[in-house]
Design a protein around this ligand. Structure first.
Ligand code: ADP
Length: 803
């Protein structure tokens, strides 16, 4: 091989090597560049990761710090909780009452020593024990006195209570006579906190108080009983004093003697009122006063009270008005004696504290059916001195009165209203007063009492054609009541405040005149005369009089259809209205000719029940002229509701009077009639004397019995027509004696009227007396007029009549 070849080969080899080198260098550069880029990216990545690590490190540091803080806080909190728990527990331990808490499964979580001590060191009583087991331990170990309950029943009761959402506190009596009051409070999640208070001291104190209260009440009752007995004892001789004084005033006395006798009588009566108040009050205090409900007539009761007080009212020139709702029942069930007492007090006060004007009693209410309750609402209004507003409540207290000059001109004990209030409360009612000083007062009370079975007064069937009536009364209140009543009956009313006014407005439309008796200038009787002479010859006129006896005796009586006692009872008013004889149309008015007495012409028409006229003539004339088509076959004799004898008292016409009440039915008999026989059973000699003197002028034979046994004997031997029976008598009291007499009568079928004489309410209340077979009762002191009235009312037909 040539050198050139060799050189060329070598050169070629060298060039190839150089190219390979260049290639490798280029590859190397490319790899370097890639590596550089990679290194750069890696560096960047490392930088970022490093930053993240830094941040993380910071965060870790922060968290670590926080952890440290929380840990320390927790330690502090834990320490605090421990302190609080320790203090709480310490407190719970120091309280002397038992304290325990249970979880929702009734497992004891903890209890203080006091609680544990109730269990007398029972080892079982530790946290973890169940409530049911605690109850079991209490009975098994005899820790609790279960009283009347057996242990099972006691536990059952306690468990039942425990499960209630809000268990009521319960008092447990422990074996050692200590009393524990257990109060359990259930939380929302079912936990129960139980508090056991030792209330032994309180229970002992209460027992002591109760014993002392019982002792005090017994002492108070004893005091009231003593007072009641004393006042009862004082009454007996006082009855003698008052009775004798009354008799003395009936004898011939000179002026001075009469003054003395009247003073004794009035003072005695005033003292009796005080004694009665004290007696009643002591009875209420001694809880001896009970109500005796029975059917009674409230309207009649109101009228009786008004009649009783009418003379005092009349003396002062006061008018007494009754406005008893026309459609309200009158027969109710209540204690009539107590109703009378309340009314007497309230109406009596109204009269006492009123010097001019009127006293008005209003009765309204909501009726029920027979046997059902009626709401009775009674008000007593007066135009008297009134009561200062700051004293209105005060006066209902015991012995409380208005202490001012005007008020204390009047006597009184200050007990009346207190008694009335207690009585009304006893009836479950309420009492109130409204008053304006100087203007008047209005006392009211309401009670709910049943309506009695049986008929109630029903509004009258008015005569056909009666549309318009005239009411004449100078007194506004009176006129308004009557006007209201007439309007309630569907009548049109022409209202006049004087007789002159009545005459001026009288007209053909009017079918009936209702006139007051006593009016200034021209009274009701003069008005009747004037009507007749003015041509109203047949106009029926009813006169309302507070003194009907004088009206009955007046010559002008013949012009009247009837005379009614004022205030009039509803039954009386209804009876009179349904008897009104309307004038025939052509008869009114017929002016009378001068010289001819209207009364001569009209007597039979306008005064059909004229007492002095023979009944037959009167009735025939009336039937013939005034009531065409009336039943002429009516039997002769006094009619029901006849007007000649019925106006004198508040009698309810619905109840028939005893046949001989007025002596009107006496047969004409030429022989001298026998004398009525009256037996009086009375152990007190003074009362016997008073009684004897009171009836000495009557044509009767009187016999006295000193006790009930003598009364029974005298009943058989003396054959009395009437017996007055004292209730409290030695050997046999009045009720027993009456029972004995009634038994004897059962064989013969007779019934002798027996009237009880009672010393106020002490000897028994009305229904006890009536239940014993007595027919009626009167309270002492004996009143001559009332005794005469009773004797007259029961005078038999074959005996000499009593005037
Ligand atoms: P008494 O009338 O015996 O004083 P009450 O208890 O009946 O006792 O009345 C107490 C007092 O109430 C009376 O004293 C009187 O001051 C006052 N009072 C009662 N009713 C009226 C009345 N209608 N008008 C004015 N004051 C009255």
């Amino acid at each position: 091989m040539s050198l050139a070849n060799k050189l060329s080969a070598e050169r070629r080899a060298r060039l190839a090597a150089e190219r390979l080198l260049e290639l490798k260098q280029a590859e190397l550069s490319a790899a370097n560049r890639k590596l550089g880029r990679h290194a750069l990216a890696l560096t960047k990545q490392i930088g970022e990761t490093q930053a993240e690590v830094e941040t993380f490190r910071d965060e870790v540091a922060t968290v670590r710090d926080e952890n440290e803080r929380v840990k320390s806080d927790l330690t502090v909190a834990h320490e605090k909780v421990e302190i609080a728990e320790r203090r709480l527990w310490h407190s719970i331990q120091t309280i002397q009452d038992g304290f325990a808490f249970f979880d929702a499964d009734s497992t004891l979580i903890g209890a203080n020593t006091a609680y544990v001590n109730f269990f007398e060191g029972l080892e079982e009583l530790v946290p973890g024990i169940n409530y049911a087991r605690i109850l079991q331990l209490m009975t098994d170990e005899g820790l609790v006195d279960t009283g009347d309950l057996n242990p099972d029943a006691w536990r059952a009761g306690m468990s039942e209570r425990w499960l209630e959402p809000n268990p009521e506190p319960v008092v447990i009596r422990m074996w050692n006579d200590e009393y524990i009051k257990v109060i359990d409070q259930r939380g929302h999640d079912g936990d129960v906190v139980s508090l056991a208070l030792n209330i032994t001291a309180t229970v002992r104190y209460e027992e002591q108080l109760k014993a002392e209260r019982t002792r005090a009440e017994a002492a108070n009752r004893a005091k009231s009983s003593f007072l009641a007995n004393m006042s009862h004892e004082i009454r007996t001789p006082m009855n003698g004093v008052v009775g004798m004084a009354e008799l003395l005033t009936d004898t011939e006395l000179d002026e001075e003697q009469r003054l003395y006798a009247d003073t004794i009588k009035n003072s005695g009566e005033a003292l009796l009122v005080i004694i009665n108040d004290v007696l009643d009050y002591s009875k209420i205090e001694a809880e001896k006063l009970i109500l005796h409900p029975e059917p009674f007539d409230l309207e009649r009761c109101v009228h009786e009270v008004v009649m009783l007080l009418q003379s005092s009212a009349r003396d002062k020139g006061l008018s007494m008005l009754i406005d008893y709702d026309l459609f309200f029942p009158t027969r109710l069930v209540g204690d009539p004696g107590r109703f009378r007492q309340i009314l007497t007090n309230l109406v009596g006060n109204a009269v006492k504290f009123t010097t001019s004007g009127h006293v008005m009693i209003q009765v309204t209410g909501i009726p029920g059916d027979a046997g059902e309750n009626c709401a009775v609402h009674v008000t007593i209004e007066d135009t008297g001195i009134g009561i200062p507003s700051d004293k209105v409540q005060h006066i209902f207290g015991e012995f409380n009165q208005v202490e001012d000059e005007r008020n204390r001109q009047f006597e009184g004990t200050g007990l009346g209203l207190a008694i009335s209030k207690r009585l009304i409360k006893l009836m479950d009612g309420s009492v109130w007063v409204e008053s304006e000083e100087g203007k008047g007062s209005c006392f009211g009370f309401k009670v709910n009492i049943p309506q009695a079975d049986g008929p109630q007064p029903i509004p009258p069937t008015l005569p056909e054609g009666l549309r318009n009536v005239m009411v004449v009364d100078d007194e506004d209140a009176n006129r308004e009541i009557l006007q209201k009543q007439m309007e309630q009956l569907g009548l049109k009313v022409t209202s006049c405040n004087s007789a002159a006014n009545a005459l001026a407005v009288m007209n053909d439309d009017i079918g009936l005149v209702l006139s007051d008796h006593n009016m200034p200038d021209m009274d009701g009787l003069e008005l009747a005369e004037a009507m007749r002479t003015n041509g109203w010859s047949h106009m029926p006129i009813l006169l309302f009089s507070s003194n009907p006896r004088s009206a009955q005796n007046d010559p002008a009586r013949r012009h009247l259809q009837g005379v009614l006692q004022k205030p009039v009872t509803r039954a009386e008013l209804f009876a009179q209205l349904s008897e009104v004889q309307l004038p025939l149309p052509q008869e009114a008015p017929v002016p009378t000719t001068a010289g001819i007495e209207a009364s001569d012409v009209d007597n039979s028409l306008t005064s059909p029940i004229e007492p002095e006229e023979p009944a037959t003539t009167t009735r025939k004339a009336r039937i013939h002229i005034a009531v065409p088509g009336a039943d002429v076959s009516q039997p002769e004799g006094p009619e029901p509701n006849s007007t000649n004898t019925k106006y004198m008292g508040p009698e309810d016409n619905s109840e028939p009077e005893p046949p001989s009440a007025t002596g009107a039915n006496l047969p004409l008999c030429k022989e001298t009639p026998r004398r009525m026989r009256v037996l009086a059973a009375e152990d007190n000699k003074t009362n016997q004397l008073v009684f004897r003197k009171m009836v000495k002028d009557l044509p009767i034979d009187i016999k006295f019995a000193n006790n009930g046994m003598e009364a029974v004997t005298a009943f058989a031997e003396f054959e009395p027509d009437l017996i007055f029976m004292d209730i409290s008598m030695p050997k046999m009291d009045g009720k027993e004696a009456t029972g004995e007499i009634r038994r004897k009568e059962a064989e013969s079928g007779d019934h002798i009227p027996i009237i009880a004489l009672t010393a106020h309410a002490m000897d028994g209340d009305a229904d006890g007396i009536l239940a014993a077979g007595l027919d009626h009762y009167m309270t002492k002191p004996l009143r001559k007029a009332l005794i005469h009235e009773q004797i007259a009312n029961h005078c038999p037909q074959d005996a000499e009549p009593i005037d």
